[in-house]
Design a protein around this ligand. Structure first.
Ligand code: NG1
Length: 439
């Protein structure tokens, strides 16, 4: 195996473990995870691969084939210092620190061994396929393997969701859960708080095709700020909702929107839709929010936590954002039943509506993604939508296996005809795959 050979060449010894951690594509439920509503992703057949071997000290030496075999060394600590923002090793550090903070008390860190690791893989980066979470998960598994420690993947998925905050995003737990819990030939319907993954069988006559827009959704640049702004808007919406419920004589204090769906509240999705319509305006400026809440600190803390400047001219689109979250969560619930009944056309319709809602209410699309979705639907896909955080990256498309060839040709001769668009790896025909494992 190539990664094994490269490890051998770099470290002059044989690796004792190989880990593969897949990327994921999300079919429905975007930005719902950190709001406590469900998602419907699958692990893909593209992976980060790590070859590794334990060391007899407490150092990690990581070499990345994606970055001209750059080698970075750091020590196991409770608070590992970050590398420069956007550097690949921060994802390795995120996974390693995520394990340490969950399994080690103060001095127990001395009992852990470090490891040498060589990283490679075939997930296209910054394409919305979660190469970053796969790297976080693979790095955590490398440390665990080096120390012969095993953990339930559900527990690891919860640790890893928070571990990835190390790099600066305030994401939910979808990517890490899909990476660890993926099942061949199944999508996963994942609920959060607590995490629960339910495998949903995939119709064997259809392929999941991922089309790269060529617009890089780099979590280190504008997309990070835009992602965190969405997270801040949702948290502000939650405060406004708590305030509304309190004033209407229902002093419920929720931590996230999804709490209302569970006991003791047990709202239906229709109840939620109505509540949001009554309780929230489409958008607010900061002064309005502070005056409604009569609590400046609570609002400013959220902005600070998400690294969003307290700008008086910034509009916070709380009502619109929550409208997307509720309708998308509802589409995930419906889709689970549709897929169990193999009703692919109705499922595809949910995906199309999901794209519209992501574009108009959550505002995470861009002209290239909209164009790709339109062309895919014209060229034979029954369902198409942006996937992942948005602001670039890829679309996910459902294509009947008999149509794959003509779909690919038509996409190549339309969207990808333009020289400025990517061609290598631009269309990935993928299938639902197993989660992270050692091979
Ligand atoms: P991607 O597309 O991998 O950046 C991000 C979040 C997810 C989820 C989606 C939007 C991270 C690591 N991942 O995914 O939790 O919120 O956006 O649905 O931040």
């Amino acid at each position: 195996m190539e990664t094994e050979r490269s490890f051998q060449e770099s470290f002059q010894k044989t690796p004792t473990f190989i880990i593969r951690a897949p990327g994921r594509v999300n079919l429905l439920g975007e930005h719902t995870d950190y709001n406590g509503l469900p998602v419907l992703p699958m692990a893909i057949d593209r992976c980060i691969v790590i070859a590794g071997c334990a060391r007899d000290d407490q150092t990690i030496q990581a070499i990345s084939s994606h970055h001209q075999n750059e080698s970075i060394t750091f020590d196991l600590r409770h608070s590992i210092p970050k590398h420069t923002q956007g550097h690949w090793v921060n994802y390795v550090k995120a996974g390693i620190q995520g394990v340490i903070s969950n399994i080690c008390k103060d001095d127990q860190i001395n009992d852990l061994s470090g490891c040498d690791i060589f990283l490679s893989g075939d997930i296209p980066p910054a394409s919305g396929l979660s190469s970053s979470s796969a790297l976080v998960v693979a790095s955590a598994l490398a440390l665990l393997h080096a120390n012969q420690i095993t953990y339930d993947p559900h527990v690891l998925a919860e640790w890893m969701a928070e571990a990835e905050w190390f790099v600066g995003t305030r994401g939910g737990g979808m990517d890490q859960a899909a990476c660890l819990l993926g099942r061949a030939d199944h999508l996963l319907k994942i609920d959060f708080f607590p995490l629960k993954a339910n495998p949903v069988p995939w119709h064997p006559d259809y392929s999941v095709v991922i089309c790269d827009s060529g617009v890089q959704a780099k979590k280190t640049e504008g997309a990070l700020q835009a992602y965190n702004l969405r997270s801040a808007e949702c948290q502000l919406a939650k405060l406004l909702l708590n305030n509304y419920l309190d004033k209407s004589g229902k002093p419920i204090s929720i931590n996230r929107l999804g709490d209302l769906l569970h006991p003791p509240h047990s709202y239906t999705y229709d109840d939620l839709n109505q509540l949001i319509q009554h309780a929230l305006q489409d958008s607010y400026d900061l002064e309005e929010i502070i005056s409604i809440l009569a609590n400046e600190k609570a609002a400013l803390d959220i902005l600070n936590d998400c690294s969003i400047p307290a700008d008086a001219n910034q509009q916070f689109h709380c009502g619109k954002r929550y409208r997307h979250i509720v309708t998308d969560g509802q589409r995930v619930e419906q889709s689970q039943d549709l897929l169990l009944n193999q009703d692919m056309h109705s499922f595809a319709k949910c995906m199309r509506l999901g794209h519209q809602s992501a574009r108009d209410d959550f505002e995470i699309s861009c002209p290239e993604l909209d164009q790709l979705v339109e062309l895919a639907l014209q060229n034979g896909a029954i369902g198409a939508r942006l996937t992942g955080a948005g602001f670039g990256g890829s679309t996910v498309n459902i294509v009947h296996k008999k149509q794959i060839e003509s779909f690919t040709e038509k996409m190549q001769s339309t969207y990808y005809q333009d020289q400025s668009k990517p061609t290598k790896n631009s269309i990935l025909i993928t299938k639902p795959s197993n989660g992270a494992e050692s091979v």
